[in-house]
Design a protein around this ligand. Structure first.
Ligand code: R5P
Length: 293
């Protein structure tokens, strides 16, 4: 016999059941699994994310700072919301007991010795599910030699992701000789969003970055780019967040810093703590000096 139903008790008939709108820009119409994965990347508390990008080896081999991911990078993982990496590095180095969300690199092919826009999808959706990824990342080369194929690759990944509730992060890759201005980034990010990417990564630019964010209907996160002085990198992250970016996907400016854990904490202060770059830089110096005490 099932347990007796205590009629009239605990039904809270005076409290209507809540139905909340999803917190993330442009993401309200997705299914539960897709939203849950996005909520493991973007903090439901403030809607922002710090992605630690360490996937550079997929086309350039053992990048400075990533020679030994087990030694240099694993200690940084607790300070990130998400780690972006290849499935090879994930399986060989990251303990499966981690509770951090994973964004897995799903495109590749050419090395730095060849035409970089010549990428393909390099991972089945089944494997992304198998490693419990929260999103798949793919480069999109707007204006690049293999522009169309990279866009179509992205749409294939989006279709596969929709089958299982897995978001796609479109990474706007800019050719060496191409102009990095608001007009270009509005074009590139908008194409990615229009064709189904659940969020888009792009570079920060000083002028009119807010128009790039405004014209993209899904969240934008910024890449860190080449290593620059810590205060400059913090200023970039701060300005991007103030202009509406919902996070950073930062690699070299963290793992090539003199004090990567201090830098993680400083970036955290800017992204999740709304701290000014100057105050965050003070924090960086404080943590760095303690590490050397
Ligand atoms: C490059 O294509 C990779 O996707 C990196 O993850 C990305 O560029 C972010 O890393 P970084 O902050 O070093 O630019």
């Amino acid at each position: 016999m099932p347990e007796a139903d205590n009629e009239g008790k605990n039904y809270y008939t005076d409290i209507p059941q809540k139905s909340e709108a999803f917190f993330l820009k442009g993401s309200n119409e997705y299914g539960w699994g897709m939203k849950n994965r996005l909520a493991r990347i973007f903090s439901p508390q403030d809607g922002k994310t710090i992605m630690l990008a360490i996937d550079h080896g997929y086309f350039q081999g053992p990048t400075t700072g990533l020679e030994r991911v087990d030694v240099s990078i694993l200690p940084l993982v607790p300070y990130a919301d998400t780690v972006m990496l290849t499935r090879g590095m994930l399986r060989s180095v990251v303990p499966p007991s981690t509770n951090k969300s994973i964004v897995v690199r799903a495109s590749g092919g050419p090395s730095i010795l060849k035409e970089l826009s010549d990428e393909q999808i390099v991972m089945d959706i089944d494997d992304a599910v198998r490693v419990n990824a929260c999103a798949m990342a793919i480069q999109v080369f707007i204006g690049g030699e293999f522009e169309s194929r990279s866009v179509v690759n992205m749409t294939r990944l989006v279709d596969a992701g929709l089958q299982v509730g897995m978001p796609v992060l479109a990474v706007t890759a800019v050719g060496k000789d191409m102009k990095r201005d608001a007009r270009y980034f509005r074009l590139a990010t908008r194409i990615c969003a229009e064709l189904g990417a659940q969020y888009v990564k792009t570079y920060y630019i000083e002028e009119d970055f807010d128009t790039v964010v405004a014209s993209c209907p899904v969240p934008i996160v910024i890449a860190g780019g080449k290593k620059r002085p810590e205060l400059d990198a913090l200023r970039m992250a701060y300005n991007a967040i103030q202009a509406g970016a919902l996070g950073v996907d930062m690699g070299r400016n963290i793992f090539q810093s003199e004090a990567p854990i201090a830098m993680m904490k400083a970036v955290h202060a800017v992204v999740h703590g709304n701290e000014t770059p100057e105050k965050a830089f003070d924090l960086y110096n404080e943590v760095k000096s303690k590490a050397y005490e």
